[in-house]
Write a protein that binds this ligand. Structure first.
Ligand SMILES: Nc1ncnc2c1ncn2[C@@H]1O[C@H](COP(=O)(O)OP(=O)(O)OP(=O)(O)O)[C@@H](O)[C@H]1O
Ligand SMILES: [Mg+2]
Length: 240
């Protein structure tokens, strides 16, 4: 199992944001977490990617339980995270995409080749020397995606990874993710786009008010939700 969490809870300022979340993710799977705005999706991704410590519950990544007081660098090397609010560092597109490779102690031509390869695949080779301050929203999104996958992680977290993209570029990124999974990678994807979820996800979990109200195969959850809340959400009756 790439990821297994049990009874994860998290409060911010006394308010429960995640309530007893249990999930797992195998090799080659795409699990999509959907739910209304503010339901806790990004917080869940931050906890599962080890950036935020939960108040309760356990998390195991790559078969090992996370001990929050220990060094997490080794685990994080195997994780890619494309954040909802991308944070690009001052510098060029190239510099940004190279960061995960430098953290993995790669140097010289190896770094160049890997950066150029992913940039080619995502159609951003021509802007590698550009300063990130000059990028359009869609370019910045592709750079953030490139940085998330260039280090060949085993586990990839995607939080609204195509939100600023036209359908053509969104399609290119979606195909990259599918290839990543075909090669054994695991993905946890947050998306507001139910068409995208249908195209991509192996399984879906619906998160409402910090609780998973429904979880199962994509088709079943989206077509025949078992719960009233799940049904309201997938049928568009719940504001989000
Ligand atoms: N660091 C924080 N401190 C205090 N409250 C926070 C913090 N991070 C998130 N929250 C609150 O936790 C709740 C869940 O936020 P989160 O970002 O996880 O929602 P989300 O499901 O990702 O929403 P969206 O679909 O809009 O991205 C919100 O009420 C938010 O205001
Ligand atoms: Mg979010």
């Amino acid at each position: 199992m790439r990821l297994a969490c049990a009874e994860i809870s998290k409060k911010f300022d006394g308010k429960t944001v995640l309530s007893s979340i249990s999930l797992n993710l195998r090799e080659g799977e795409i699990l999509s977490v959907i739910g209304p705005s503010g339901s806790g999706k990004t917080t869940l991704v931050r906890v599962l990617s080890t950036l935020e410590k939960p108040d309760r519950g356990t998390l195991a990544l790559f078969g090992k339980e996370i001990r929050w007081d220990s060094e997490l660098i080794e685990v994080r090397r195997k994780i890619g995270y494309v954040q909802q609010k991308q944070v690009l560092l001052a510098g060029t597109v190239y510099d940004n995409i190279a960061i995960p490779l430098l953290l993995r102690n790669l140097e010289g031509e190896k770094v160049e080749r890997k950066v150029e390869r992913i940039a080619d695949m995502l159609g951003i080779r021509g802007i590698l020397k550009k300063n990130v301050r000059m990028l359009s929203g869609g370019e910045a999104q592709r750079v953030a995606f490139a940085r998330g996958v260039v280090g060949e992680p085993e586990l990839l977290f995607l939080d609204e990874f195509t939100a600023n993209l036209d359908y053509r570029n969104a399609g290119i990124l979606e195909n990259q993710v599918k290839e990543f999974c075909d090669a054994g990678g695991s993905v946890l994807m947050v998306s507001h786009n139910l068409f995208q979820v249908r195209r991509m996800a192996t399984r879906v979990a619906i998160l409402i008010d910090g609780k998973i109200v429904e979880e199962g195969e994509t088709e079943k959850v989206l077509e025949n939700p078992r719960t009233e809340l799940g049904n309201q959400f997938v049928s568009g009756k719940m504001p989000w």
